[in-house]
Design a binder for this molecule. Structure first.
Ligand SMILES: NC(=O)c1ccc[n+]([C@@H]2O[C@H](COP(=O)([O-])OP(=O)(O)OC[C@H]3O[C@@H](n4cnc5c(N)ncnc54)[C@H](OP(=O)(O)O)[C@@H]3O)[C@@H](O)[C@H]2O)c1
Length: 342
């Protein structure tokens, strides 16, 4: 399937096959094809590109994953990169590798997005490093994030709050603090959401609600910043779990053990250990899937930071997830639930 297909073409094709054959097998081929077998779409972004010069960009969550790769990539493009790292003060391996580049244009900064004082300190570090702070800072990439899993009845309020504190309130906190600098440069805010910020998924509610929140925040900010000349973009990656540290097999097991131990007796009894273990196993399988190449995500963020006319939303994901997202977001719930959920 070519990326130039319109949504209608895809949907009409999908439905004609589904209806004509009336067979679940066709539906499965079209809609349930294992994502790992479908190549990740490589969109070529054709657009006038602004000169990078020594524009300054701050990226959060650079200890690992997308943030780590992005910091190095933006540095190679000529940006002055401030790489916010959660564990800089603990000498994390990712931080050491970034520091080992020994470049004036790549500076790691201690930054826990949940801590107001660390965010304010990072603003000061950036401001004092700029040649002319009155000209501001070009870009902010809100990338730091955590995830978890578990059905609503398995998830504690504490977990909901922990995930929101990083993914949602962390994004809001950092954005508010850096906006005065970004506004001065008429720069860019790029928020890393997720396909799960557009469509929900069972057993992912703590993550989904934070990413839906990031989407809403980004839209409000985009409307407000338009008159100021600041562009706000959202990047919604698909499944790249195999390429980053968002989940690990040990992490899933540890989370599952804690969750089971803390479950209210009635929930434990009603669902039973067998059901619970099946859900954990499904999560483990999901975490072994996905693309191992983060290039589409890095390209999308780079385009958002450099293009004269960046897109509002970027969808670096394979065709399976792209089609699923279109169906989940454009068709009535009664249909999309039937196709993907029930
Ligand atoms: N991987 C995917 O499939 C996928 C899909 C869609 C969206 N995303 C989003 O992409 C972003 C990056 O995730 P990733 O996949 O690259 O995972 P990752 O490798 O775990 O990267 C997330 C980074 O955020 C850092 N972090 C965690 N809590 C933080 C805090 N309180 N303050 C500052 N930094 C913090 C982590 O630090 P430590 O490593 O030290 O914990 C890590 O470096 C996240 O927003 C995630 O939701 C990922």
């Amino acid at each position: 399937m070519s990326p130039s297909w319109g949504l209608c073409d895809v949907l009409v094709f999908g439905f004609r096959c589904s209806c004509l054959e009336g067979a679940t097998q066709v539906r499965h081929t079209l809609l349930f094809y294992p994502a790992s077998f479908v190549p990740v779409g490589r969109r070529t972004y054709a657009d006038a590109v602004n000169p990078v010069g020594s524009k300054a960009v701050l990226v959060t969550g650079c200890d690992s994953g997308f943030g780590f790769s992005l910091a190095k990539h933006l540095h190679s493009k000529g940006f002055l990169v401030f790489a916010g790292c959660l564990l800089k003060d603990k000498g994390d391996a990712g931080v050491k590798e970034l520091d080992s580049l020994k470049s004036d244009r790549l500076r790691t900064v201690q930054l826990n997005v949940c801590k107001g004082e660390e965010v304010e300190k990072a603003v000061e570090v950036v401001r004092s490093s700029l040649e002319d702070p009155e000209k501001g800072m070009w870009g902010l990439v809100n990338n730091a994030g955590i995830s978890t899993f578990g059905e609503v009845e398995f998830t504690s309020m504490e977990t909901y709050k922990q995930v929101a504190e990083v993914n949602l309130w962390g994004t809001v906190r950092v954005t508010k603090s850096f906006l005065p600098l970004i506004r001065r440069a008429k720069g860019r805010v790029v928020n890393i959401s997720s396909m799960l910020g557009r469509m929900a998924n069972p057993a992912r509610s703590p993550y989904c609600i934070t990413k839906f929140g990031v989407e809403a925040f980004s839209d409000c900010l985009r409307y407000e910043m338009h008159p100021q000349g600041v562009k706000v973009c959202v990047v919604e990656p698909g499944n790249f779990i195999a390429a980053t540290s968002l989940y690990s097999a040990e992490g899933i097991q540890a989370t599952a053990n804690k969750m089971w131990d803390e479950l209210p007796e009635v929930v434990r009894k009603d669902y039973g250990k067998k059901y619970f273990d099946e859900k954990v196993a499904a999560m483990e399988t999901y975490c072994n899937s996905g693309s191992t190449d983060t290039t589409p995500v890095i390209d999308a963020i780079t385009h958002a930071l450099t293009a004269a006319n960046p897109y509002t939303r970027y969808h670096p994901m394979d065709y399976y997830w792209w089609l699923r997202m279109q169906i989940m977001t454009h068709l009535p719930g009664a249909i999309s639930d039937r196709i993907y959920i029930h």
